[in-house]
Design a protein. Sequence first.
Length: 276
Amino acid sequence: MPYIGNTPADKFLTLAKQSFSTSATTSYTLDSSISSTQDIALFINNVRQSPVDAYTVSGTALTLTSATAGTDEMYCVYLGKTVGTVSPSVNSITNAMMTDDSVGIAELSATGTASSSNYLRGDNSWATAGESNTPYFLAYTASSTQSVAHDTWTTVACANALLNDGSDFNTSTYTFTPQVAGKYFLFAAASWNGDGGTNSQYTIKKNNTESVTTQRILRIYSDSNARGGNINAFFEANGSSDYFTFQAYQSSGGAKNLLGTNGGENNYFGGFLVST
């Protein structure tokens, strides 16, 4: 708006002041380092003290000639140091007006806790770099063969857990029931003792159910000369009740045996968390 006279001031400077908590001592510490007694005006009980006669300075060390009392009021004014007394208006500070490293973590309003192992996301929150792959597991069958009846889906008895971080794989029921919700990568393999017939199949079932999609993705069919196969796929788990099993099937007209495992290379079932 128009005005008469000089432009109104929007910036003011004043001399910096420091107040001291007094006690029966001659030694005090200045907030700023100075090189001469003439750089400050020292007041005790509002009486200005004589430089050199009443005090000396060295850097931030202020030494009085006589000790103060705990009831004294003492302050100093830095004669060579000024500070602004008008706060800048909102959004008036530009990048060019800021010095390097003038904004630190303490000035950020981000949610979460900053640490050396996390990072600041675009939504102004602190997050851990990467994700944990726990739970994860890898289990294999016993050294003896396992019989698979004709025309019957049979859970492969992976009773030996080589890995079981999270303890979510049950070596008695051969089921994986992850207690963390998210996406999982599961993999498995099995081998027949001989061939598995003309229609041997393998699948990883979720909650003991196959849909058309999982059949098409997960089943592997072998011909009469094949002895086994492996499968892998991504699954979604609710982190509570969803469970997974590795199952084999054959329709040769009679029972067929899966090979026994020598250290886990023939029949195994494993998986790990990919993302929450």
